[in-house]
Design a protein around this ligand. Structure first.
Ligand SMILES: *Cc1c(COP(=O)(O)O)cnc(C)c1O
Length: 239
């Protein structure tokens, strides 16, 4: 049997090398980019090992899996990021453990998050999820709001008690004009971030890049990369 800790340590080293190399190539300091490890489908025992190996930022995309996992790891100083499509009936649960929700994509969700964060006495970081496969003002297939919807949503988050507007997130689209063009997609996200920061200077987070395209994201200027399979291994096919 392979030692899971050794395997995770080796994978983390490889990802760290990739991020460092991408930063060097882009002339960016390594500290500019934060690694978030996406632990979805993997057990709490892996989260515990990752914490032992120095990981402090983890992400999940389904509340049903994340809530028990976060509860099992409640003794660890971890920041949980929620990165999946979020239904309003899950908001209360998610607000119980997540420090940030990266997938804010509609005003109704802002209201629900604000109510839950206030009730829990929490300060919840929010990223607007941008869909680059959507019509300008439409919604993406995998969640997210089109570029023209960012402004109103950002204003709503910034005005909502209990919520903090931290920046933008995207997933490289599988369809539309940016399909297969990760670098162009992430450059577009950076332009949108620059525009957002004119109205909301503190919203500096740019969350982009996954296992397959972290180099493109770092080159474009991402501040946070979300890495799953390159650290934890291939996931079983989506349920
Ligand atoms: C699963 C997931 C990731 C990580 O993807 P990998 O290809 O496994 O690195 C990043 N972001 C979101 C929103 C995800 O759902």
């Amino acid at each position: 049997m392979t030692d899971r800790r050794t395997e995770l340590a080796a994978n983390l080293d490889r990802v760290e090398e990739r991020i460092a190399a991408a930063c060097r190539a882009a002339g960016r300091p390594r500290e500019d980019v934060t690694l978030i490890v996406v632990t979805k489908t993997y057990p709490a025992s892996d989260v515990r090992l990752l914490h032992e190996l120095g990981v402090r930022q983890v992400a999940e995309n389904r509340d049903q899996d994340a809530a028990p996992k976060a509860a099992e790891c409640a003794d660890l100083d971890l920041t949980w990021h929620f990165v999946g499509q979020l239904q309003t009936n899950k908001v209360r649960s998610v607000t119980g453990y997540a420090g940030l929700v990266q997938s804010v994509d509609r005003v109704k969700l802002v209201g629900a998050l604000s109510t839950a964060a206030e009730r829990a006495g929490r300060d919840l970081g929010c990223l607007i999820q941008v869909a680059l496969d959507a019509d300008a003002a439409g919604r993406g297939e995998r969640g997210g709001v089109g570029p023209d919807g960012i402004g109103d949503l950002a204003d709503a988050v910034a005005a909502a008690p209990g919520l903090r507007l931290d920046g933008l997130m995207t997933v490289a689209p599988l369809s539309g004009p940016y399909a297969g063009r990760q670098r162009a997609a992430f450059d577009r996200l950076m332009d949108l971030s620059t525009r957002l920061r004119q109205a909301h200077p503190a919203a500096t987070m740019v969350s982009a890049g996954m296992s397959a395209d972290l180099e493109d994201a770092v080159a474009a200027g991402a501040t946070h990369v979300r890495i799953g399979t390159a650290v934890l291994g291939d996931r079983p096919p989506l349920r």
